[in-house]
Ligand binder design. Structure first.
Ligand code: G3P
Length: 220
């Protein structure tokens, strides 16, 4: 088993919300691969995706470090765990929070719950590594949703992040994302020192998501 991660962030794409989220999760779940395919879904879709694709690893897109009680509208970690989330993104470029809040979340979640903290650059990756998430995913914001993969546009940010993370910790995993579209991009990401990729539009905006996923995993 390669164990390399291909993390697909459903964001709020029309093709990956509600019933479409269930359909995309089923496609992911039916792909046979040695890679670790992960669906990162809206909090609204978590329960239904987990129940329709019970073998698929599912994460949430964000959680708030709040407790049981009077916290209207926040995303409560224990509820996500009870509803089948195995992990979460945090501090995505589209949903930034303070490092203190990230540290609080890490204290709150169960030990085996995966927290993937997103970084815009090497400096932020270093700061995030210090609080001990499971993964740091480096994603230059200007490349997110674009046609040029970070592996082509800015390979140095990936090797620089890998070096920075390794200087601090041998436990924190490294991912990269932004513009990842195909198997070459994924292979390059791994070659540059990551455990895999975080992506969205390469799958959610594809006319044929199954084919897009098969291409993405084709070299791992
Ligand atoms: O969370 C992944 C994301 O920010 C990258 O998006 O569309 O460039 O693959 P995309």
């Amino acid at each position: 088993m390669s164990g390399h991660l291909v993390v697909v962030n459903f964001k709020t794409y029309e093709t990956a919300h509600g019933v479409s989220a269930e359909e995309l999760a089923l496609i992911m779940s039916n792909i046979e691969t040695e890679a670790r395919l992960i669906a990162v879904v809206s909090a609204f879709d978590l329960s239904s995706v987990v129940s329709i694709a019970p073998d698929l690893e599912v994460w949430t897109q964000h959680l708030d470090p709040i407790q049981f009680g009077s916290n209207t509208g926040w995303l409560h970690p224990e509820t996500a765990v009870e509803r089948g989330a195995k992990g979460t993104l945090i501090n995505h470029a589209e949903h930034k929070i303070s490092i203190e809040k990230i540290a609080m979340l890490l204290d709150q979640v169960p030990e085996d719950f995966i927290v993937c903290a997103c970084a815009a650059d090497i400096e932020e990756a270093r700061a995030l590594t210090a609080v001990g998430p499971t993964y740091v995913a480096v994603e230059p914001p200007e490349l997110i949703g674009g046609d040029i993969s970070v592996t082509t546009a800015d390979p140095n940010i990936i090797t620089g992040t890998a070096d920075a993370v390794r200087e601090i910790s041998d436990k924190v995993g490294i991912l990269c994302g932004a513009g990842i579209k195909n198997g070459n991009d994924v292979a390059m990401a791994i070659k540059l020192g990551t455990s895999g990729v975080l992506l969205a539009s390469g799958v959610t905006k594809s006319d044929n998501p199954k084919l897009a996923l098969e291409n993405l995993i084709s070299q791992i």
